[in-house]
Design a protein around this ligand. Sequence first.
Ligand SMILES: Cc1cc2nc3c(=O)[nH]c(=O)nc-3n(C[C@H](O)[C@H](O)[C@H](O)COP(=O)(O)OP(=O)(O)OC[C@H]3O[C@@H](n4cnc5c(N)ncnc54)[C@H](O)[C@@H]3O)c2cc1C
Ligand code: SF4
Length: 471
Amino acid sequence: MGKVTGFKEFTRETPERRSVAERVNDFFEVYQPFPQEKVRTQAARCMDCGIPFCHTGCPVNNIIPDWNDLVYKDRWKEAIRVLHSTNNFPEITGRICPAPCEAACVLGINEPPVAIKLIEKTIAERAFGEGWIAPEPPAARTSKRVAIVGSGPAGLAAAQQLNRVGHWVTVFEKADRIGGLLRYGIPDFKLEKQIVDRRLEQMIAEGVRFETRAHVGQNVPVDELRKDYDALLLAGGAEQPRDLKVPGRELKGVHFAMEFLPQQNKVNAGDKVENQIRATGKNVIIIGGGDTGADCLGTCHRQKAKSIRQFELMPQPPVERHPSTPWPLWPLQLRTESSHEEGGDRHWSMATTKFTGDESGNVRQLHGIRVGPPPKFEPLPGTEFTMDAELVLLAMGFLGPVRSGCIEQLGLKLDARGNVATDPNYMSSLPGVFAAGDTRRGQSLVVWAISEGRKAARAIDLYLMGSTRLK
Ligand SMILES: Cc1cc2nc3c(=O)[nH]c(=O)nc-3n(C[C@H](O)[C@H](O)[C@H](O)COP(=O)(O)OP(=O)(O)OC[C@H]3O[C@@H](n4cnc5c(N)ncnc54)[C@H](O)[C@@H]3O)c2cc1C
Ligand code: SF4
């Protein structure tokens, strides 16, 4: 334990966001730099609890008290070693993880929790800055070949783990760039893409092979992969969006969030996107009050929409932690993201009944009604409304992986929610075919994808070699 009395002496401090006036004019990360010396003070707040709930609150089981102690003692190189022992990409989780560890921090019972995510990011950045994060190619190669479908955090974590124990790993990605939702989906103002590129450089130098524009089940036959590789890992995410089946859905200007967000990522990367879906000068309504909706909101601010409303079917959550989710559970409470701070109106208990448009087939209005609480969401008579909308973005979540294509071609069993069913060792109903990340657990978090990628890699190594040193 770093400083025994640290939690009594120091208060929680985290980086400030750049001013709204400044940041809505660019797509750079919203947070300002934070001095490393101050991070050491934050690490001193860790109480090194006998039972560190943060450790189990974190889906990759980051050994948080240990690296807090090392940071406080200025032993950063050891801190990154401990951090990497459980997490392949701490520079990414340190930026975009919602930090369930902090919700579970014991100090959080009566004080603001330890700034765990900030400390994690700072360790990773210090390590990159010092050149401590270098390629770690395997000392020897096995003769085993593993194909990974999908280059999101699950596929990348699995690829790095499997390559490091000597297998020949190829990652097949249908998009033109590697990274899954880290690349196309999560806005640059949350995660600048050079952060992803920097890690990919390490993986390429370690010997992982990447093939882009390689759509398994379409231009890459899945049977060939089965023949040419000793194991196959499906990590294609949960890309089936939930649709809103109301009259007028077919009008121009009604789009899924994931039609909209990746286009802005591409433009930021210097690509030219023909007929880009843009919010500029439009009244925008975002349907869905979650994180994807907030990402659409922040992107619309930067594209200079005329007005932006975000609708949610559920009632407004409480401002404080709801009693149904006591510590150390993830709290049910109102979350205000940086995008909300930037403007727009949030509306709760709203249901959309139809869209209407002009004679050219462009959406012009959204029609809706206020509803009562779940589970019935009963429409409240007399609350019908019509609002102008020239762009509607559907951000209502995802319904699991796209089944047509390689999942259907392999004839894999699905679970009750339509995700790829696996045994506890991540093996699907077909021997030698594994699944991890959102494809297996449904739409989730980056840190869960990393956790699943690591566990699937361990299971694959065990399947191929009969034993494994992967954790
Ligand atoms: C807009 C948005 C914002 C989010 N923000 C956050 C956040 O801030 N923090 C957080 O923790 N989580 C966030 N999430 C959730 C998080 O991004 C996902 O849970 C995580 O990326 C899942 O990782 P994955 O590797 O399973 O799949 P993905 O990241 O979805 O990657 C799957 C990849 O597989 C490829 N693929 C699919 N099928 C094939 C095929 N047949 N052949 C070849 N390639 C294929 C896809 O093109 C894709 O690149 C967000 C999600 C969205 C949609
Ligand atoms: S990965 Fe997420 S949950 Fe784990 S320590 Fe980092 S911020 Fe916390």
